[in-house]
Design a protein around this ligand. Structure first.
Ligand code: G3P
Ligand code: MG
Length: 240
């Protein structure tokens, strides 16, 4: 079972910052996952929430702030004073960290709350410019966004994200269409998901920080987990 560093190595470093990504880049994990939003001036930035309140010393929605405004805030100190001065990274900044590694790059499009018109096209243009289509998985809770990705770039792997228990998931996912299912832990071990696994479609599960849960998912045939503690999970999975 493969391991993705969730929001970088976010258990021990502030999530979605260059510090968290540098740590993930150092580790022999299969991949890294991060979340993309769009600023008021149309720049792509990597942050989990729609607002900067929880993970910075500022307030407001990403969609209402320019990149220059966002860069004035500290995205490290909320986690620990050791990370004072971490700035919000752009998507390009994060891709730079992994330029010379082999990590799979799971770009999560956070357009499920605010639609961020034009974000899909900008993300795809950057992927094309960097020639990294084969290294990328684009996922979203906004299934319309991943439908668009497939229309423009059928060669890019996509994944539909779900929090809930789903019935007949294969019918729905093939209809979008998407290539893989990324699903929240408790819902991942329902019988309907075994159908997806048995069909050969990749199923990957978030967020798995407990080794007991990792073991259950491995037995179930889940292809990969997203974890905030990638080093701990690598050690555990090597031991079983
Ligand atoms: O992409 C997997 C996972 O990150 C989805 O949930 O809320 O952590 O972005 P969230
Ligand atoms: Mg995410």
């Amino acid at each position: 079972m493969d391991v993705f560093a969730h929001r970088g190595a976010s258990g021990n470093y502030p999530e979605n910052t260059i510090a968290a990504f540098n740590e993930a880049a150092r580790l022999p994990v299969f991949g890294v996952e991060f979340d993309v939003h769009m600023t008021a001036d149309g720049e792509l930035v990597v942050i989990h929430d729609e607002s900067i309140d929880r993970t910075s010393n500022g307030t407001g929605y990403v969609k209402d702030l320019s990149l220059a405004e966002l860069r004035k805030y500290d995205f490290g100190s909320w986690f620990s004073s050791d990370f004072q001065g971490e700035m919000i990274p752009t998507l390009a900044d994060v891709l730079d960290v992994f330029e010379f590694t082999n990590h799979k790059l799971n770009i999560e499009l956070k357009s499920d709350i605010f639609p961020y018109v034009g974000m899909v096209e900008k993300v795809l243009a950057l992927i094309t410019e960097r020639q990294i289509a084969s290294r990328v998985i684009i996922s979203s809770f906004d299934h319309a966004a991943i439908e668009s990705v497939k229309l423009y770039h059928p060669e890019i792997e996509t994944a539909a994200l779900f929090m809930e228990v789903i019935v007949h998931p294969l019918d729905y996912i093939r209809r979008i269409p998407a290539d893989a299912l990324h699903i929240f832990f408790p819902a991942a071990i329902r019988p309907s998901i075994a159908e997806v696994i048995n069909s050969g479609m990749p199923v990957r599960t978030f967020t798995v920080n407990d080794v007991t849960h990792a073991n259950i998912l491995k037995q179930a045939g889940v292809q990969a987990i997203f974890t905030d503690y990638p080093e701990k999970m690598l050690t555990f999975l090597d031991s079983i």
